[in-house]
Design a protein around this ligand. Structure first.
Ligand code: FES
Length: 173
């Protein structure tokens, strides 16, 4: 498996998962889910590996991986911050919260900080509109969030090795 530029141990793990399936060709979604579990995201190399293993075109794997929003091609951060952009949250200022997280975490390109600590993404209504606007951090729900709460939320995440820029921005407040 030396031709792939991704962790070979992880590839072995994925290979044995695929080999353990009865009808691997019909299990593409489960295989992608397992691959994302193992790698944290679905790099092109992993998609190619899956395609070769199943004997199907890489375009088919890519098509399924991009169709479902559950799958991501980008490396995810250690902490996932999801801001709900459903209607109830949006009208209560969710866009300003996204902006505040972007500024404080210095995320202006893509969704993940350069140090790989935080990924900022958006989600649709999570059914907690009464708490709008809602932010979910590593599975924990924060309700009625205001832009002024963002720095406290970031502190609460308890990043052991905070990015320099995050420290600087927090100290400036
Ligand atoms: S719109 Fe955000 S929880 Fe419903």
């Amino acid at each position: 498996m030396g031709e792939y530029k991704v962790d070979s141990e992880k590839l072995e793990k994925l290979a044995s998962y695929i080999e353990g399936l009865d009808r691997a060709e019909g299990e593409l979604i489960n295989i992608l889910r397992e691959a994302q579990e193992i790698f944290g995201h679905l790099p092109a190399e992993v998609q190619l590996f899956i395609a070769r293993k199943l004997g199907i075109p890489a375009a088919k794997v890519y098509g399924v991986a991009t169709f479902y929003s559950y799958f991501t091609m980008q490396q995810r951060g250690k902490h996932i911050i999801s801001v709900c952009l459903g209607t109830a949250c949006f009208v209560k200022g969710a866009d300003k919260i996204v902006e505040e997280f972007r500024n404080q975490l210095d995320i202006h390109d893509g969704t993940t900080t350069k140090d790989g600590q935080y990924t900022l993404d958006s989600i649709r209504c999570v059914g907690a509109c009464g708490l709008a606007p809602v932010v979910i951090v590593d599975g924990k729900v924060h309700g009625r969030v205001k832009a002024e709460d963002v720095s406290a939320i970031i502190k609460e995440i308890g990043n052991e090795e905070p990015a320099e820029q995050t420290l600087i921005k927090q100290n400036m407040q």
